[in-house]
Design a protein. Structure first.
Length: 492
């Protein structure tokens, strides 16, 4: 997750708050001399840190490690944060006791969560997240257990005072939670409500970062996205090219349509590209992703689409992933805006080349469990006469999970089945209870199904979670038969 990495690196690179400057001193025979405001505990802390940095031999590391563990629970919150941050550059202590040393430090912070200010909490959370996901960190089972407990406690404490966190602190903390795989629904729902209440206090770049983090977690808060869309539409001129891509990527992934935002971003892209004095240019790949996102969101911005195709004439090559998106947006424009698109669409030999590339590079997308996909195919085969296949490529070159063909050589079947799973859906944060959370089909999947439906292919969708709850083949046959009844006489 690019945004997660960026937010964490920003938090890790942030310097500790500066200590107050020395004040004037009056004492002895002198006047106006500087007085050192540091206390005895400050000197002792600096001495401890110096010895930590100097420890090299195993005995020295053992001795200083014991001293740190003894004194750590009594340190002031800022010193706790400073010490944990400094440990990142001390590999000897970082791997001390195979990670149990770090586990004990983290454990001692759990009952003290409320003592940390929002900035200290942010630094602390980012540090523990970095330790948790560091690939060369000794794999201590105790550290893993303590780390899970830390983020559970941190989410409860943060959730009780979300309104005290500055926007950049909120983003950094969320990035830390996301990076370790924390996904508690109630916590993120409370984050969505808090962000909605104060979204206008975010800078545009901060709001786009927040939406990007949520969408990468496949989470969506409807009111927050709509409010953010209106806010960013009014301030589209402040968005950097990367922010425009991020916000459209977030909206398209979560399937949240916002015509005003799409128009404002499209107008801004075209305006900046035409005004050479601004010195702002969009790469062909960036324009492709922007236009693809608009197609996903069912928004037509002809000037932006024309600009994208014109930019392709100036570059000899583009990335493979961009070519895949280009084929899909071509299919969308040709299907949904054919009359207008005919005036500027690429020549047929270019379209054919795009389709060949799509076939070669878009193969099994692993949209669901292969075992369940095979199970659905087996049940379908028992219900219909014909040839049943999985991961089938249709005449549009788009893939479906399961298909029933009248003839084995056919491109399109008389039944097409797609499976919804955790990698094809987004979870709504509109309800606190995860059991009541609605599932929204991811934008890219919705686009593909929309294109298949427009060509007349009959498609039903099976939810993987519902299929898993069916006990035997009889229940599965009944479930699938009920779905197929919506297609008409396919079972006759």
């Amino acid at each position: 997750v690019v945004q997660t990495k960026e937010a964490l690196s920003m938090a890790a690179a942030a310097p500790p708050p500066p200590r107050p400057p020395p004040g004037p001193r009056m004492g002895g025979m002198g006047m106006g001399l500087d007085e050192d405001p540091r206390t005895r505990s400050d000197y002792e802390f600096d001495s401890l840190v110096s010895r930590m940095q100097a420890a090299a031999s195993p005995d020295d590391v053992d001795n200083i490690g014991r001293e740190v563990l003894i004194r750590f629970p009594t340190l002031e919150p800022q010193k706790v944060v400073d010490m944990m941050s400094k440990l990142n550059s001390l590999p000897a202590l970082h791997g001390h006791q195979n990670g149990d040393f770090l586990a004990e430090l983290v454990r001692t912070t759990l009952p003290r969560m409320k003592e940390f200010t929002s900035s200290q909490f942010t630094s602390l959370t980012s540090t523990v997240a970095a330790w948790t996901r560091k690939p060369d960190r000794p794999r201590s089972s105790r550290f893993q257990e303590v780390s899970k407990g830390f983020f559970a406690a941190a989410s409860q404490d943060m959730g009780s005072r979300l309104m005290t966190f500055a926007p950049h602190e909120l983003n950094c903390c969320l990035a830390a939670f996301v990076s370790v795989g924390f996904s508690d629904h109630r916590f993120f729902a409370s984050v969505g409500r808090a962000a909605l209440a104060r979204h206008s206090s975010f800078a545009p770049v901060q709001l786009t970062a927040l939406l990007a983090i949520l969408s990468e977690m496949r989470l969506m808060h409807t009111d927050l996205f709509n409010a953010a869309g209106a806010f960013l539409s009014a301030r589209a001129r402040e968005l950097r090219p990367v922010d425009m891509i991020r916000v459209l990527r977030s909206f398209s992934k979560c399937g949240v349509q916002h015509p005003v935002l799409c128009k404002c971003v499209g107008d801004e892209v075209v305006s900046r590209s035409r005004d050479k004095s601004l010195g702002i240019s969009f790469k062909a790949e960036e324009l492709i992703e922007i236009c693809w996102a608009m197609c996903v969101l069912q928004q037509y911005h002809e000037a932006c689409f024309r600009l994208m195709f014109k930019s392709l004439e100036k570059v000899p090559t583009i990335t493979s992933d961009s070519l895949l998106l280009l084929y899909e947006l071509h299919m969308a424009l040709d299907s949904e805006h054919k009359e207008a698109y005919d005036r500027y669409k690429p020549e047929q030999f270019l379209v054919d080349a795009l389709e060949d590339h799509y076939k070669d590079n878009r193969k099994d997308e692993r949209r669901c469990s292969e075992k369940i996909r095979g199970d659905v195919a087996g049940v379908l085969k028992s219900l219909v006469e014909g040839s049943v296949h999985v991961n089938h490529r249709t005449s549009l070159s788009l893939l479906v999970d399961v298909v029933a063909l009248r003839k084995r050589s056919s491109s399109d079947g008389f039944i097409h089945v797609d499976l919804d799973s955790t990698v094809t859906t987004v979870r709504s944060l509109d309800q606190d209870d995860p059991a009541q959370a609605a599932l929204v089909v991811e934008g890219a999947v919705s686009l593909r199904r929309r294109l298949l439906a427009k060509t007349g292919l009959r498609l039903v969708t099976v939810r993987e979670s519902e299929w898993r709850e069916l006990d035997d083949s009889k229940d599965k046959r009944r479930y699938l038969r009920q779905l197929l009844s919506s297609l008409g006489d396919v079972l006759q």
